[in-house]
Design a binder for this molecule. Structure first.
Ligand SMILES: O=C(CO)[C@H](O)[C@H](O)COP(=O)(O)O
Length: 224
């Protein structure tokens, strides 16, 4: 069984007629977008998608999902997105696909947040996956040194031997932390660091998690 496909399809069932839906980014969100496209075509579902990246936007356009930007809608009913790690208390880390800024903006202005993951993403504590920090290019090497001095083991995100540039023109510094004991403290510290645009700690945000398992998907609802 393709676990990503399974949870993508299950999550798309939360999309009801007339909804405005945030379209997450990544290889799991791909299947959710595909299924919403199918529902629009075959079940005549009437929805508007708010994409969180140029990749998701292009996929939505290609399969006929009507799209609007976050600033063109009154509110978003639901966002369905992937995650890189989810801890036992349902705090998340995102940004492996470099779309964390738009993902966090859309999630912030959305009534209900659903994350879809395969079981490998469930962890005791966040931090084994490198924490993405989106930064303004101006001063980014100073920031890199600051993170190195703090012992955060930074690395610039690269793509084809070039620094990865996000959809909003920023760079990404990944922090190789191994384990984050206090995500709230680290999030506050990064929020207050000049030059940091956003980071991949998505705290107290998710309402529902759908976990893909070989034994069958598990849905955890009413998280908050
Ligand atoms: O945060 C993200 C992109 O910025 C993705 O949702 C996250 O990286 C998970 O991706 P995938 O479903 O491909 O494992």
């Amino acid at each position: 069984m393709n676990l990503k496909e399974d949870v993508g399809i299950k999550a798309a069932n939360y999309v009801k007629d007339g909804m405005t839906v945030g379209l997450g980014t990544g290889s799991t969100a791909y299947y959710m977008i595909k299924e919403i496209g199918r529902k629009i075509k075959e079940e005549k579902l009437n929805v508007v998608g708010v994409p969180t990246s140029t990749v998701s936007k292009q996929q939505a356009i290609d399969i006929g999902i009507p799209i609007k930007s976050i600033d063109e809608v009154k509110k978003v009913d639901l966002i369905i997105d992937g995650a890189d790690e989810i801890s036992t208390d349902y705090q998340g880390m995102k940004g492996g696909g470099a779309a964390l800024l738009f993902e966090k903006i859309v999630a912030t202005y959305t009534d209900q947040v659903i994350w879809i993951v395969d079981e490998s993403k469930m962890v005791d504590k966040l931090g084994e996956f490198p924490l993405p920090v989106e930064v303004i290019p101006y001063g980014q090497h100073q920031l890199f040194h600051l993170f190195a001095q703090k012992g955060y083991h930074p690395s610039f995100r690269m793509e084809n031997d070039q620094m990865k540039i996000t959809d909003s023109g920023h760079s990404i510094i990944d922090l190789n932390l191994t384990q984050i004991d206090n995500p709230e403290k680290l999030a506050k510290e990064l929020d207050e660091t000049v030059g940091v645009v956003e980071h991949g700690l998505f705290l107290n945000m998710v309402n529902t998690v759908i976990i893909g398992k070989q034994s069958g998907a598990q849905t955890i609802s009413n998280i908050r």
